[in-house]
Design a protein around this ligand. Structure first.
Ligand code: NAD
Ligand code: ZN
Length: 667
C-alpha cells in the first residue's frame, strides 16, 4: 500500500507536470475537468492530513511559471487565482462564510473570460509595461506583444493617477481561434486545443508580428497598484470599472451589480444560456464582493482572494474512451470515420459519437481504437476529438483502418492522391448516394426529365418506388399518383417526359451518370474522343488522359467508376429501358474547321453556358484556353467582358461577339 505521503507526492508531481504543459508550453495533455478532479483529490487529502501540506503544493501556489526567454517582471502586488464553485450551494456557503464576517454583501458579477491574465502599467497615462501573471509573483515582460492588441490604449484619456496598474484578461475571440487553427491545419502546423491556449501561445511569442496577426482582444477587470495612494478611486468595484472605462480601457458590457444571491443565480443562468452566442469563450462567471472596504476586510488565502469566487460552467472538454470507429457514407459517397465513444457528459449533454473527419485528421491526431481522447463540445458545433491523452494509451490500442469496400453497397472505396476524402465509387447503385445520384440524373443539363424535381425524386426513394436511375423508366402513372400532390394528369405527363428523355446524346448520358469531377464539358470531350460508350467503359487512365482537359485525377475517377460491376449493371438496365443516342460519326479532318486554333471565351454568354460553348468549339477542333496570348486565334467576348477583351484588342486578335460565335457553331 502506498502511504498518504506517497499519494500526496505523486498527485503533486502529476499536477506540477500538468501545470508546465498548460502554463509554460500552452499545450495541456488532459482536459481541465480532469485537472480539476486531480486538484480536488489533492485538496481533500491535504485537508485530512494537514501535516502533509507543503508550501510548494499545487494547492498553495498559482500554477504558472515565467519563461526565461522573456525578461522577468516582479509584480508590485501579487496576481492571484480564484477559488472555484460548481453549483448554487457552493455560492451560498461562500456568501455565508463571508457575510458572517462583514455583514450583508452586494456582489458584482462578470463573465469569466477564458484567456490569460495580463497586468498593464501606465505611467503618466502612457503604457509602460505589460506582463503575464506567471507564478503570481514574477511574470513575463510581454509589452511589445500587448501593444499589438488594438483595444488596449497606448495612452489613457481624461483624469488618471500618475501610476496605475490595470489587470484584465487577454483572450482570442472564437472567430480568430477558428481562423488560426484552420490556417495551421492547412500548413500542417500545430493546432491549438482551445481559444485559451491559443491566446496564451499567441501572447507569449518572441516575434510580436505573430501576436499582431492573431487578433487578440482584452477586457479590464481590476486595478492593481495605484499611485499616489490618495488618488480618488471609486469605493466599489463596479464604479472602479466605470473609471477604467472613462480612461479608455475596454470593459465587458456584461458586468452587472447583483444586490442579492438570487440575482447572482439569475445572472449565472442568463449568461449560461447566452454562452454560445458570445463572440468569445467564457468558462463561468466571477462573483466579486462589490464594496472595496469589505474586500479589504475579507483579504486573501494562499493563492486567491476570499472576497471573490469563480462560478464555473459545465466543462466543454472531457476525456473518454474511444471504443470503436464506424464509417458513414455521405450522400455524395464521401466516407467519414465516426468515433464511437464511451458516453461522456460534456458541454451540457451526453456525447457518444464524434466525427474524425478523414484520414488526414486521424493521422494528425495520431489516434487509435482503445485510446483515451479529449472530446470538445462547444455550443451547437458537433463534438470533436481534439487530442489523444497519450499517457493513457494502452498496449492493445489498434490503428484505425479504412475499409476497402463501401459498408453500404460493397463497391470499391477510392482515395485519390492529394485528396483528403475517401469515397465510395458505386455512385449509381449505392444506397447512401441514391437521392443525389437520381436528382442529378434527372436534372436539366443531364437527362432533362421534365417534372422530375428534387421533391419528386425524394418521395420516389422514400416510398421505395425507385432504387436506381433505371427504375425510373419502369414507373407507371398509377404508381406515380402515390406521391403528394400528384394527380393522374401530372403523373401521365411525367411518364411521357420519361419516355421523351430516353432520346439523348452520349455526352448528356455520360454527364448524367454523376461520375466524380465529370462535368458537362468533360462529358462532351469524352464523347467526342471515344465516340461510343463501350470504348469509355474499357478505357484506362493512360488512354483517358489523352482526352482534352482530362487529368490523372479525373481519369482515375472515371476508371474506378466503370470498374464497379454494380454501376455497369445499372447502365445496362438503362440501355435495356430504351435510352439511346445518335451514333457519333467519325469526324473527318475537314469536319473540324477549327483544328489547330486556340480560342478564348470571356464575359457572359446569354444564349448558352460557357461550358456548352467550350464543348461545341472543341467538337469543331478548337483548343479553348483560359488566357489571351499572342498564340490566341480568336476571342469570344460576351457581356461585360473585361481585361481579356482589352488584351485581345491590344494584340490585334480577332474578336467575335456571341452572335458571331453562333454563326461559327452553326456552320
Ligand atoms: N488541463 C491542464 O492540464 C491544466 C493545468 C493547469 C491548469 N488548468 C486549468 O486552469 C484553470 C486554473 O487556472 P488559474 O489558476 O489560472 O485560474 P482560473 O482560470 O480558474 O481563474 C483565475 C483567472 O480567471 C481569470 N479571469 C477571467 N475573467 C475574470 C474576471 N472577470 N475577473 C477576475 N479574473 C478573471 C483571470 O485570468 C484569473 O487569473 C482551471 O480551469 C484548470 O483546470 C488546466
Ligand atoms: Zn457505396
Amino acid at each position: 500500500m502506498t502511504s498518504i505521503k506517497q499519494q500526496i507526492e505523486a498527485l503533486s508531481a502529476s499536477l506540477h507536470q500538468h501545470n508546465i504543459n498548460y502554463y509554460v508550453d500552452d499545450a495541456p495533455t488532459i482536459p481541465d475537468a480532469e485537472y480539476d478532479r486531480l486538484l480536488h483529490e489533492l485538496k481533500a487529502l491535504e485537508q485530512q492530513h494537514p501535516e502533509h501540506v507543503y508550501p510548494d503544493s499545487p494547492t498553495q501556489r498559482v500554477g504558472g511559471m515565467p519563461l526565461d526567454k522573456f525578461e522577468q517582471v516582479t509584480h508590485l502586488k501579487p496576481m492571484l487565482s480564484l477559488d472555484n464553485a460548481f453549483n448554487s450551494e457552493d455560492i451560498q456557503s461562500f456568501d455565508k462564510r463571508n457575510s458572517d464576517k462583514v455583514g450583508r454583501i452586494e456582489y458584482c458579477c462578470e463573465p469569466k473570460l477564458d484567456g490569460l491574465a495580463v497586468s498593464i502599467l501606465y505611467r503618466n497615462g502612457i503604457l509602460e509595461r505589460a506582463a503575464t501573471r506567471g507564478d503570481g509573483n514574477v511574470g513575463e515582460d510581454i509589452t511589445e506583444n500587448v501593444k499589438t492588441i488594438r483595444s488596449i490604449p497606448l495612452r489613457l484619456r481624461g483624469e488618471f493617477p500618475d501610476l496605475v496598474e490595470i489587470r484584465g484578461e487577454a483572450f482570442m475571440p472564437k472567430a480568430a481561434f477558428d481562423a488560426v487553427n484552420e490556417a495551421a491545419k492547412t500548413k500542417g502546423d500545430k493546432v491549438f486545443v482551445n481559444p485559451r491556449n491559443a491566446a496564451a501561445g499567441s501572447l507569449r511569442q518572441l516575434d510580436s508580428r505573430i501576436t499582431a496577426s492573431r487578433r487578440l482582444d482584452f477586457y479590464a477587470y481590476a486595478l492593481g497598484v495605484v499611485e499616489p495612494e490618495s488618488w480618488a478611486l471609486a469605493e466599489d468595484h463596479y464604479a472602479q470599472l466605470q473609471q477604467l472605462k472613462s480612461w479608455g480601457l475596454p470593459v465587458s458590457r456584461e458586468v452587472k451589480v447583483c444586490p442579492t444571491l438570487p440575482d447572482v443565480d439569475a445572472y449565472y443562468a442568463d449568461i449560461l444560456t447566452r454562452r454560445d452566442s458570445l463572440d468569445y469563450e467564457i468558462d463561468g462567471v466571477v462573483i466579486k464582493t462589490n464594496s472595496i472596504a469589505q474586500q479589504q476586510q475579507l483579504g486573501f488565502v494562499a493563492k486567491a482572494p476570499r472576497w471573490a469566487i469563480a462560478y464555473k460552467f459545465p466543462a466543454q472538454e472531457e476525456m473518454t474512451l474511444l471504443e470503436s470507429v464506424d464509417f458513414q457514407v455521405g450522400r455524395t459517397g464521401s466516407l467519414t470515420p465516426v468515433a464511437r465513444l464511451k458516453p461522456v457528459f460534456v458541454g451540457g449533454v451526453t456525447v457518444s459519437n464524434a466525427t474524425l473527419h478523414n484520414a488526414d485528421e486521424i493521422n494528425r491526431l495520431g489516434v487509435k481504437v482503445g485510446d483515451t481522447v479529449i472530446i470538445r463540445r462547444a455550443g451547437d458545433v458537433i463534438p470533436q476529438v481534439v487530442a489523444v491523452v497519450k499517457e493513457k494509451r494502452i498496449e492493445s490500442a489498434e490503428d484505425i483502418v479504412f475499409p476497402t469496400q463501401c459498408p453500404i453497397c460493397d463497391s470499391d472505396i477510392e482515395r485519390v492522391e492529394g485528396e483528403a476524402v475517401a469515397r465510395c465509387t458505386g455512385g449509381l447503385f449505392c444506397g447512401a448516394q441514391r437521392k443525389e445520384a437520381i436528382k442529378h440524373f434527372a436534372s436539366r443539363k443531364a437527362m432533362d426529365i421534365d417534372g422530375m424535381g428534387d421533391k419528386v425524386v425524394e418521395q420516389l426513394i422514400d416510398k421505395e418506388l425507385v432504387q436506381t436511375p433505371a427504375d425510373l423508366f419502369g414507373l407507371s402513372a398509377s404508381a406515380i399518383t402515390m406521391l403528394d400532390r400528384m394527380g393522374m394528369k401530372s403523373a401521365t405527363n411525367l411518364v411521357k417526359a420519361l419516355e421523351d428523355a430516353k432520346q439523348t446524346t452520349l455526352a448528356k448520358f455520360l454527364y448524367s451518370l454523376g461520375i466524380r469531377e465529370v462535368g458537362e464539358a468533360t462529358a462532351a470531350n469524352l464523347a467526342a474522343h471515344f465516340k461510343n460508350l463501350d470504348a469509355i467503359k474499357v478505357a484506362n487512365v493512360k488512354t483517358l488522359i489523352e482526352v482534352e482537359d482530362v487529368g490523372v485525377i479525373v481519369a482515375t475517377h472515371i476508371e474506378h467508376f466503370f470498374a464497379q460491376s454494380h454501376n455497369l449493371e445499372v447502365i445496362d438496365a438503362l440501355l435495356a429501358a430504351g435510352i439511346h443516342w445518335p451514333q457519333i460519326e467519325e469526324v473527318a479532318e475537314d469536319a473540324q474547321p477549327l483544328k489547330g486554333q486556340t480560342w478564348v471565351l470571356t464575359g457572359t454568354l446569354t444564349q448558352m453556358g460557357r461550358s456548352d460553348a467550350k464543348a461545341k468549339l472543341q467538337l469543331l477542333g478548337a483548343k479553348v484556353a483560359g488566357s489571351v496570348s499572342k498564340k490566341t486565334d480568336c476571342v469570344v467576348a460576351g457581356d461585360a467582358a473585361g481585361s481579356k477583351l482589352v488584351k485581345a484588342q491590344e494584340l490585334g486578335i480577332k474578336i467575335l461577339d456571341e452572335d458571331g460565335l453562333l454563326a461559327v457553331l452553326n456552320g
